[in-house]
Design a protein around this ligand. Structure first.
Ligand code: FES
Length: 98
């Protein structure tokens, strides 16, 4: 089995969950399936990413970029950008541990 190119974690802890992260998780899983990327992109739920006030939050590896206030329209931008080795720079984000 080849390694995934991207691992995207969506915070599913309390604050992000109240802001709709479960729906984002389902939307992203569906998007990955529609684009036939299931062998390329792994999507998981995570515990708190310590940005609770500005959620829902999503973390992309291997780049280690956290996106804040993510909505459904952002998911494709994030996916496309990171698959091309970039980041979705128009969206609110920061590097992990910054
Ligand atoms: S609950 Fe999502 S970052 Fe804390």
């Amino acid at each position: 089995m080849k390694p995934y190119r991207l691992h995207i974690l969506i915070c599913n802890d309390s604050d992000c969950s109240e802001k709709g992260s479960q729906q984002l998780y389902e939307n992203l899983k569906q998007l990955v399936k529609e684009k036939d990327l299931k062998e390329t992109v792994k999507v998981s739920k995570s515990t708190c990413l310590d940005d609770c006030e500005i959620g829902p939050n999503l973390l992309v590896y291997p780049q280690g970029i956290i996106y804040n206030k993510v909505d459904a329209q952002d998911l494709e931008k994030i996916l496309v950008a990171h698959l091309s080795g970039k980041k979705a720079s128009t969206l609110e984000h920061h590097k992990m541990l910054e």
